[in-house]
Design a protein around this ligand. Structure first.
Ligand SMILES: NC(=O)c1ccc[n+]([C@@H]2O[C@H](COP(=O)([O-])OP(=O)(O)OC[C@H]3O[C@@H](n4cnc5c(N)ncnc54)[C@H](O)[C@@H]3O)[C@@H](O)[C@H]2O)c1
Length: 256
């Protein structure tokens, strides 16, 4: 009798923020299918718990986390360690955007929250994960950026800025943390069919409103959550241990 196939992420433990929906939920599923154990951290505990339950009790744990909160991030990392004993991959995926709208219409409070959720979260993840990774002798960050960092669309000014910060921080983390064998990579997805789609379009989801976005992507379709999950598995697996500081477009050619 042959042995069962070994998954590409066998024995790895990953935290996936925003894992209750969209890209995060797909990444959680793909990571578990490849043998990892995942902690699904989301502001929306009910969604995170539903995804965790679908993946099985031993493989997945849901935790309510606001990634913009230092105390929540500390508790997330401590809970993950208590449950699984180590953390190999931190996926900073939770994010938000203002609707597609003129830049001056985004209020100051929304701007502050946007940068806290999309950018400060990466800082907080570093504060709490880097010491763990150093103790373990390595680890890996996967930060979800966006094509918005490379080829910004109008109407998304401040969101685009957050994703530029994410990609530049990713490269900076990669060079500074390399001596500790800690890798940092980003994924830059194109616009995708997740609950954020109408926010980015700034309009209802109709064929007419999708048309200009589809026309801007050479491969002729939107990004899917599975496209992002495949890229994340690749960046997380041990075979990628010489890849760091990469901001990988998953965009059907949008950024060419
Ligand atoms: N959907 C797209 O078109 C697209 C394209 C490029 C990049 N992105 C980025 O991908 C990431 C995931 O987006 P998605 O499309 O899967 O979105 P989504 O709205 O489907 O999922 C986001 C998840 O993050 C959670 N979340 C939001 N704020 C949080 C917070 N403060 N703390 C913890 N959890 C929080 C939400 O509850 C939700 O479950 C985001 O960073 C987004 O900016 C999305």
């Amino acid at each position: 009798m042959s042995n069962p196939p070994i998954g590409r992420l066998q024995n790895l433990v990953a935290i996936i923020t925003g894992g209750g929906s969209g890209f995060g939920a797909a990444m959680a599923g793909a990571f578990v299918r490849e043998g990892a154990q995942v902690v699904i951290a989301d502001l929306d505990l009910a969604s995170a718990a539903r995804i965790a339950a679908s993946l099985g009790e031993t493989a997945a744990l849901a935790i309510r986390t606001d990634v913009a909160s230092n105390a929540d991030m500390a508790a997330l990392v401590a809970t993950a360690l208590a449950r699984y004993g180590r953390i190999d991959v931190m996926v900073n995926n939770a994010g938000m955007s203002h609707p597609n709208q003129p830049m001056l219409e985004v209020g100051e409070a929304f701007f502050d929250r946007l940068f806290a959720v999309n950018v400060k979260s990466v800082y907080l993840s570093a504060l709490h994960c880097v010491p763990v990774f150093r103790r373990q002798g390595g680890g890996s960050f996967i930060n979800i950026g966006s094509t918005a960092a490379v080829r910004p669309r109008p109407g998304l000014c401040w969101y685009n800025g957050t994703k530029s910060a994410v990609t530049q921080i990713t490269k900076s983390m990669a060079v500074e943390l390399a001596p500790d064998r800690i890798r940092a990579n980003a994924i830059n997805p194109a616009i995708a069919d997740t609950p954020l789609l109408t926010t980015f379009m700034g309009a209802p989801d109709t064929a007419e409103n999708r048309a200009p976005f589809l026309a801007s992507i050479p491969l002729g379709r939107l990004c899917t959550a599975e496209d992002v999950a495949h890229a994340a598995v690749f960046l997380a697996e041990p075979g990628s241990n010489f890849i760091t500081g990469v901001c990988l477009e998953v965009d059907g050619g949008r950024c060419i």
